[in-house]
Design a protein around this ligand. Structure first.
Ligand SMILES: Nc1nc2c(ncn2[C@@H]2O[C@H](COP(=O)(O)OP(=O)(O)O)[C@@H](O)[C@H]2O)c(=O)[nH]1
Ligand SMILES: [Mg+2]
Length: 194
């Protein structure tokens, strides 16, 4: 791998799963959040409803870059997922274990991405396991297996740089096994470890 590589990774998952937080701990630059006030009725009752789409950047030790994009949470922006996945090398799905139906959330996202997931490396991080254990990792393993996905699945806290880097490296290992652990800041020297 040369130092000019650019990787695009998309982070998706329901609202509250930890996408913005994850991009914040992974990014070497202050994450960019694109806010847009919607023009529909929602804006009448709540003037700060946003289309929160996040962007972050990781500079690898060899000069390569990873561009991180977080999908907007609201369902009416689901159509943007396909656009965002265009050119992506991998997808990280975050699922909030403390939501009312986290397994259903995973199913919904697997369904939504089903076309794109053909041949696209992806992995799943389960957040908020510290808050709720009504569903546990083997339940997610079973669901993924039933759906035919043999992929990395981790319990992560999106606030933890180490957890998120571990998940990201699992993702990168599927795309480009040549990306070494020491390229990522939490494990070494690039950027400022958080
Ligand atoms: N307790 C706990 N809080 C978490 C975890 N992951 C993320 N959070 C918090 O969950 C909240 C929602 O995260 P956010 O990044 O805004 O979710 P987003 O809607 O997917 O962008 C934030 O307050 C995070 O700090 C976790 O594993 N455990
Ligand atoms: Mg967010």
């Amino acid at each position: 791998m040369t130092g000019s590589n650019a990787y695009k990774i998309v982070i998706s998952g329901p609202v509250g799963a930890g996408k913005s937080t994850a991009i914040g701990v992974l990014s070497d630059i202050p994450p960019v959040v694109t806010d847009a006030v919607p023009s529909d009725d929602v804006s009448l009752s709540k003037n700060s409803t946003t289309v929160a789409m996040d962007y972050g950047l990781i500079a690898l030790g060899d000069g390569s870059k990873i561009h991180l994009y977080g999908t907007p949470g609201q369902r009416r922006f689901d159509f943007m997922w396909d656009i965002m996945l265009n050119g992506a090398l991998g997808l990280i799905l975050l699922i909030n274990n403390n939501a009312s139906d986290p397994l259903g959330d995973l199913e919904r996202f697997l369904d939504a991405f089903s076309g794109a997931l053909e041949g696209l490396p992806f992995c799943v991080g389960i957040t908020h396991l510290d808050k709720s254990r009504k569903v546990i990792l083997p339940d997610y393993h079973a669901l993924l297996k039933r759906r035919g996905h043999v992929i990395p699945l981790f319990s992560v806290d999106a606030r933890s740089s180490q957890d998120m880097n571990t998940l990201l490296m699992a993702m990168l290992g599927m795309i480009e096994p040549g990306i070494l652990v020491h390229n990522i800041k939490a494990f070494g020297q690039t950027g400022s470890a958080q």
